[in-house]
Design a protein around this ligand. Structure first.
Ligand SMILES: [Fe+2]
Ligand SMILES: [Fe+2]
Length: 283
């Protein structure tokens, strides 16, 4: 059941378009993104997330919000570098992905109403809506800027990346993501965002997640072959392989990829439900 309506116009103008947008600028040298006006704009969004994280830390461990954003964004950047993207393109992704959970600062994301471990449909819907609320907040802050910054920033490819990554970081290849985007609309960039976010989120210590999973068990869980599991057919194995390569280096765990993928290879080839995943080129 999907109750989330993406804003219009839909910021995802096609998978190929998203890749072109990412490659069309360099956030490290772009004059707009180096201007004091942009720095103040970006800082105001980061401050908003920090304030939310600090205010809610006791209730739900949200002091982990900023570290989660840093880690997930860094993972995504490293995965793109493994996939052959240039340093500037991977850095563009990292900076844009730093804001992906901005919508959690929306007034409707009321964690004081959450009951654990079970949550009502109403609360689950509130949580899911953070993908849309992030864009609303972004648009409000943009609208409050003076010209010419308002127009320059609103049309900037970096802002288009931020909007797309906010909206599509909870998609799944079985179409059961928050928006239910079909697999053919999810290219590498969206799968990297979804996998980096899920991996880091699943390793965070939370009230309903008291035991911290190991890196290996977290990736195994994302690669599951059991149809009854939460992540069955949710992620592209080729992109999970990029994650495993990055984690192998970050955790200094030589052999992680070999352990994970030599066992899984036969299953990936024989599981008919995954044929759409296996045969699809990464773009
Ligand atoms: Fe999120
Ligand atoms: Fe996240």
């Amino acid at each position: 059941m999907t109750n989330i309506i993406p804003p219009k116009p839909d910021p995802l103008e096609g998978v190929e378009q998203l890749r072109k947008i990412l490659l069309s600028y360099d956030s490290s040298s772009d004059p707009h993104l180096r201007s004091p006006e942009w720095q103040a704009f970006e800082q105001s969004l980061t401050d908003r997330i920090s304030a939310y994280g600090a205010a809610t830390s006791e209730r739900y461990g949200q002091k982990q919000m900023i570290p989660h954003l840093y880690r997930a964004a860094d993972l995504g950047k490293r995965m793109l570098l493994k996939a052959g993207f240039s340093q500037p393109a991977a850095e563009n992704f990292r900076r844009a992905f730093m804001l992906h959970d901005l919508g959690k600062t929306h007034e409707s994301y009321r964690i004081e109403n959450w009951t654990l471990p079970k949550q009502s449909d109403e609360v689950r819907l509130e949580k899911k809506q953070h993908i849309v609320h992030g864009i609303e907040i972004l648009d409000e802050v943009l609208a409050a800027l003076d010209e010419p910054s308002r127009t320059e920033f609103s049309d900037h490819p970096h802002v288009r990346m931020i909007r797309s990554l906010m909206l599509y970081h909870h998609e799944r290849l079985d179409g059961k993501g928050t928006l239910g985007l079909p697999p053919e609309s999810q290219g590498l960039l969206i799968q990297v965002a979804c996998i980096a976010d899920a991996y880091d989120g699943d390793r965070i210590h939370r009230p309903h997640q008291p035991e911290r999973r190991s890196p290996e068990s977290t990736i195994r869980r994302m690669m599951t072959d059991h149809p009854e599991d939460k992540y069955y057919a949710a992620f592209d194995p080729k992109v999970l392989c990029l994650l495993a390569q990055v984690v192998e280096e970050l955790e200094d765990d030589e052999g992680l990829c070999a352990r994970l993928f030599s066992e899984a290879e036969a299953d990936y080839k024989t599981a008919p439900s995954r044929s759409h995943v296996i045969g699809r080129p990464i773009i």
